[in-house]
Write a protein that binds this ligand. Structure first.
Ligand code: PHE
Length: 371
């Protein structure tokens, strides 16, 4: 039976909805049944003719006939229906299969390309470094980025007001003055707090690496970002010596940068290690010569020194063990080493990128080069 526009008695939203759906449906099946040009013309006239076309009837019967309180809702429905029917009528054409072309699949069109995602260069570098330590039998631990003053500073032997805190300025969560200092929250400045968190949970011996995000109050420039990434390492056992630290890190650097890389330790200071050192590796850009290419251009990454600083390290300070003594870390019985390296810096060097900001701007043209 051909569709005729019903008179409405019920103007509720549900009834209007149903009436509109019926009408749309009728128009759809009539469009699908168009077989030739004559069909198409009468289909168009039947729905669109100004005088007595179905849309005009709908306008007269549903909208003009609506009681005042239903006018608004009826207007919305009728307008929506008009738009949908106009679309159907304009899209309709002669189709030998009886299917609307808009529903047909054109198999000659190219497919939709969905590019495969790739690891971000920083994350890739992180996985590589963690992989080297996993092969040495290390486990992976993680900790919160929003940390307490206790774990980030106090238990790492930075006493309140100690000047060493100035070297790691960060963002503190506001409105915490009422709390004791050790409970105040901050964005962690290094992954070292997870040393303490892990030793609170696991008894010695332990060997862990801790990858994660850290923050410092450093204005962004080509080599600084207020957010960056570190990998911490911690080994605690009986009779761990500085020799173990050197051997482990020398092996790790060779695994990461190639067997010809040389390592070099220089004395340094961290409150939570004693003695402390900075580890340098021979520059893998210039091979340690400080010069590049045939014209002996100065090597920028190592500032012509031939050495690149890659991490801080040292023997765990006995004062740190005191904070976790009850879990088996008696400084008279156990010893250990720790290290912390900046992943982003290593990724910059590895990929020859000259601005750390590029890592965090999310520009696909930059990132897709690592895919
Ligand atoms: N946490 C130190 C830093 O961020 C690095 C470090 C880790 C030094 C472990 C020694 C031992 O600068």
């Amino acid at each position: 039976m051909a569709y005729t526009v019903p008179k409405l008695t019920d103007y509720s939203a549900a009834a209007l909805d149903r009436a509109a759906a019926d009408s749309h449906h009728a128009c759809q099946s009539e469009a699908a049944a168009v077989r030739n040009d004559a069909d198409l013309k009468s289909f168009r006239d039947r729905w669109m003719a100004r005088k007595n076309g179905i849309l005009t009837q709908i306008n007269d019967l549903w909208l003009k006939g609506a009681p005042p309180e239903a006018k608004r809702e009826a207007g919305i429905q009728v307008n929506r229906l008009k738009a949908r029917i106009t679309e159907l009528v304009e899209g309709a054409h002669v189709s030998p299969t009886g299917a609307l072309d808009s529903e047909a699949v054109d198999i000659s069109l190219p497919g939709i390309r969905r590019p495969i995602g790739a690891e971000h260069p920083v994350i890739k570098t992180m996985h590589e470094i963690v992989g080297v330590f996993e092969k040495l039998g290390y486990s992976v631990a993680e900790g919160p980025v929003v940390e307490t003053d206790y774990y980030n500073f106090e238990a790492l032997n930075f006493p309140p007001n100690h000047p060493a805190r100035d070297t790691q300025d960060t963002l503190f969560i506001a409105g915490q003055k009422a709390k004791p200092q050790r409970d105040r929250l901050l964005l962690r400045t290094h992954t070292s707090p997870v040393q303490i968190r892990t030793m609170e949970k696991l008894r010695p011996p332990i060997r862990i690496v801790i990858p994660g995000k850290v923050h410092r109050n450093d204005p962004p420039d080509a080599s600084h970002s207020p957010m960056f990434h570190q990998i911490e390492g911690l080994a605690v056992d009986t009779n761990i010596t500085f020799g173990d630290l050197k051997g482990t890190l020398d092996h790790a650097m060779k695994a990461l940068f190639g067997s010809s890389v040389k390592t070099h330790f220089r004395p340094s200071f961290f409150p939570f290690t004693e003695p402390s050192a900075e580890l340098y590796v021979t520059c893998f850009i210039c091979g340690g010569s400080g010069k590049r290419g045939t014209d002996n251009a100065p090597c920028r990454p190592c500032k012509q020194t031939g050495w690149i600083e890659v991490l801080g390290c040292g023997m765990v300070d006995p004062n740190v063990f005191e904070f976790v003594k009850d879990n088996g870390y008696d400084p008279k019985k156990v010893s250990g080493f720790a290290f912390g390296m900046g992943v982003d810096r290593l990724a910059l060097l590895k990929y020859g990128v000259d601005d750390i900001q590029l890592f965090f701007q999310g520009d696909v043209r930059f990132l897709e080069q690592f895919g």
